[in-house]
Design a protein. Sequence first.
Length: 99
Amino acid sequence: MKKEYVTFVRRLSDLGDGKETLFIKDLTPGPRKYDTKLVRAELSRNSGNLPDGDTLWIRSETGHLHPQPWSIKILEELPPYAPGQPWQDVFSSLRHLKS
């Protein structure tokens, strides 16, 4: 059974097909629902390109749900923190993880 996740982005153009580092929330019912993970994953707008991938729903910063889900295949779960300063923008901190 495929799992479902959601991620929030500033702009849909911030995401692209291929490998990305992003925060996702688990939508699986139960006590772990809404757990947030920082992951490196392979993404695809077309589920046919990742047949063994899970479902990823995309929401804007304001919560608007993109009508079509993407596919996600988690390659690596990263530590539950992002390096940087408390006042630093989290998205600029994540850029350092994309190496």
